[in-house]
Design a protein around this ligand. Structure first.
Ligand code: SF4
Ligand code: SF4
Length: 186
């Protein structure tokens, strides 16, 4: 399972993957490129231990602002295509309403429990249409918070590293963080 969101800033402020020459990593290439950095990232995680959250979190927040403004989620939709968002009962009520369904019927049809939390079943997401969220105003809270880079204690968050394989924003933030921290690859 796991958590998503669509674009957070007005579309016209963003740069499309298809239109810019100085582009960020392409959504179709991220998995392979990110996976190839697995060993380097083991060393980077060790490197991060040398810094406090008070030092790291503001840097991550700054980089997140830069790359969430630069990257156009509407030309990506990797999260909505490859992950399954966590949801709660209030999310279920809103989403059921958008489908004119009773929440209990919606839950039976579209929700599963992994032993820890409820999540929306389907890859790609049943609400994804032409790389955009068709229920944007009613999307689950976990979607709205994705990719979760504004949470405290970045260096302890394990989901950062699974999202690094999927989300161009997370990938670019981490690669830039390596430069900011003068990480030399080992
Ligand atoms: S509900 Fe919307 S934002 Fe969430 S995964 Fe589905 S399409 Fe994406
Ligand atoms: S994977 Fe990241 S860049 Fe792509 S749509 Fe989701 S939040 Fe936006």
């Amino acid at each position: 399972m796991y958590c998503i969101i669509q674009s957070k800033l007005p579309y016209q402020t963003k740069i499309s993957f298809m239109e810019t020459e100085n582009q960020s990593i392409h959504p179709n290439q991220i998995f392979q490129i990110a996976k190839a950095k697995a060993t380097e990232n083991v060393f980077f995680k060790k490197h991060l231990r040398g810094y406090s959250s008070a030092e790291i979190d503001p840097l991550v927040a700054k980089l997140y602002q830069v790359f969430s403004a630069k990257i156009d989620c509407t030309t990506c939709a990797n999260c909505c295509s490859h992950l399954e968002p966590g949801i709660d009962e209030s999310d279920i009520e809103r989403l059921a309403f958008t489908k004119n369904m009773d929440p209990i019927d919606f839950k039976r049809a579209h929700v599963a429990f992994d032993g820890d939390a409820l999540f929306l079943v389907a890859k790609p997401c049943l609400f994804l249409e032409d790389k955009q969220c068709s229920v944007y105003a009613d999307r689950p809270l976990s979607c709205a918070a994705y990719p979760h880079l504004e949470q405290a204690n970045f260096k302890y968050k394990r989901n950062v590293w699974s999202n690094y394989l999927v989300c161009p924003i997370v990938f670019e933030v981490i690669e830039s963080l390596k430069k900011e921290l003068n990480f030399n690859g080992q």
